[in-house]
Design a protein around this ligand. Structure first.
Ligand code: N2P
Length: 362
C-alpha cells in the first residue's frame, strides 16, 4: 500500500511538474508595430514562458486601463509623461534591478533623459525613443507642392498648403500631446506650456486645418502610406520607415520619406514598466532582461526603425537604421528636438476637451 501511494505520488510529480512549467505565462501590452514578433516565440522557446501579447496605439487607452486597475498585464510600455503621472498614481512597482542583469548595457544618456519622468530610474527601463514629424509620399506631395523642400510644419499648419494635398489623403496622429506640443512650437510658444490660452491657441491652429484631415489615427497611417491611400501624415519616425519598408516589399513604386521640420519637434521615450498588481512578476523580469540583451534590442530596432535604449546593441543594429539621423539623431538633429512634461489634472481636462473639439470639428 505504502509503495502504491509512493508510486502515485511520484507519478503525480512527473505529471505535474511539466504542466506547471508549461503554465508559465506573461501578459504583455505593447504598442502596435513595435517589436520583432519572431522574438516572442524565441523567448518562449528559451524560457518556457508563453506570451499573451496585446497591443494599443494610444497612451490614453493604456492609461484608462491602468487607472482602473486589475489589467492582468505584466508588462506595459507608457511614454515618458504618462509614465510619470502613472508612477505618481502608484500604478507601478519599483524595479528590482538585480533581476535585470542586462541593464548593464543601458545607454546612460537615454536613461538620464527618462529619469526626468522616473526620478532615479526606479520604475522603468527605456524601450525606444523617437520623434514626431512629417511622413509623406514623395511623388504625390511633390506633384502638388512643387520641388521645394518639405522641411517645415507649414505644410500641415498653413491652410493654403495642406489644402493642396488634401485630395491625396492626410492623417494626423490621434495624440493630443504630440499635436499640441508641435503646434505650440510652430506658433513660437513654449511647446511645454500649460497655460490654458496657449493650449487653446494650439488647438485653434489644428482646428483651422481640420477640414483637410481625413482621419486622426495613430497606427493606420503605416499601411495607408505604404499602399498609397494617403500621401501625408503627422506620424512617428519608426512607423514611417516601416511604411517605406512595406512599400518596398510590395514593389508598388511608392517612395516614402520622413522629415523632422526645421522648427523642431517632440522627442519621446517609451519604457517598460511592471504594474503593481501584475500576476507574473518574475516572468516580467525575464522578459525585460531578454529585451535588453544587445542582440535582441538591436533586432527590435532593425525591424521597427526605432532607436532602443541599449547602447551595447548599436554594433548589431542594421546599418541603414543606425546611420539614419531621423532614427538615431546626430547632434545637429538633436539640437532641434524638445521634450515636454506631463499635464496636471486641470490642464489635462482642457487638453481633452480641446482635442475632442478639434477631432469632431465642432
Ligand atoms: C509604434 C508606436 C510607438 C511610438 N507603432 C508611440 N509611443
Amino acid at each position: 500500500m505504502l509503495k502504491l501511494i509512493l508510486k502515485l505520488y511520484l507519478a503525480s510529480i512527473v505529471l505535474l511538474v511539466p504542466a506547471f512549467a508549461q503554465d508559465r505565462v506573461l501578459n504583455v501590452y505593447n504598442w502596435t508595430d513595435y517589436i520583432d514578433t519572431k522574438l516572442l516565440d524565441e523567448f518562449t522557446r528559451e524560457t518556457g514562458i508563453k506570451i499573451v501579447y496585446d497591443t494599443y496605439d494610444s497612451n490614453e487607452m493604456l492609461e484608462a486601463k491602468l487607472l482602473a486597475g486589475n489589467t492582468g498585464y505584466d508588462i506595459v510600455v507608457p511614454s515618458g509623461t504618462f509614465l510619470q503621472r502613472q508612477i505618481q498614481a502608484g500604478v507601478f512597482q519599483p524595479l528590482d534591478m538585480r533581476q535585470i542583469p542586462n541593464a548593464k548595457g543601458i545607454w546612460q544618456e537615454v536613461a538620464a533623459r527618462l529619469a526626468v519622468y522616473d526620478p532615479g530610474n526606479k520604475h522603468a527601463v527605456t524601450y525606444m525613443w523617437y520623434t514626431t514629424g512629417l511622413s509623406y509620399n514623395v511623388d504625390k506631395v511633390t506633384q502638388r507642392l512643387g520641388s521645394a523642400p518639405i522641411d517645415s510644419w507649414d505644410i500641415v499648419f498653413k491652410p493654403e498648403l495642406i489644402k493642396k494635398i488634401a485630395d491625396c489623403g492626410v492623417y494626423f496622429l490621434d495624440s493630443p500631446e504630440d499635436l499640441i506640443s508641435v503646434a505650440l512650437r510652430y506658433l513660437e510658444l513654449n511647446p511645454d506650456s500649460k497655460k490654458p490660452d496657449d493650449i487653446r491657441k494650439a488647438a485653434a491652429l489644428i482646428a483651422q486645418v481640420r477640414p483637410y484631415v481625413k482621419k486622426f489615427h495613430s497606427s493606420e497611417y503605416i499601411n495607408a502610406l505604404a499602399n498609397g491611400d494617403i500621401c501625408l501624415a503627422i506620424g512617428w519616425a519608426g512607423d514611417t520607415f516601416q511604411a517605406r519598408t512595406r512599400a518596398e516589399d510590395a514593389k508598388n513604386g511608392i517612395k516614402i520619406n520622413y522629415t523632422i521640420p526645421k522648427e523642431g519637434t517632440l522627442m519621446t521615450f517609451d519604457a517598460f514598466a511592471i504594474p503593481k498588481d501584475a500576476p507574473h512578476v518574475s516572468e516580467a523580469y525575464a522578459f525585460i532582461n531578454f529585451m535588453l540583451r544587445p542582440q535582441v534590442a538591436a533586432r527590435n530596432s532593425s525591424i521597427t526603425n526605432y532607436a532602443n535604449g541599449v547602447i551595447d546593441s548599436k554594433p548589431f543594429v542594421e546599418k541603414s537604421v543606425l546611420e539614419n539621423p531621423a532614427i538615431y539623431p546626430d547632434d545637429a538633429t538633436m539640437a532641434r528636438l524638445f521634450t515636454i512634461t506631463p499635464y496636471d489634472a486641470a490642464t489635462q481636462r482642457i487638453v481633452t476637451r480641446e482635442w475632442i473639439r478639434v477631432k469632431t470639428g465642432k
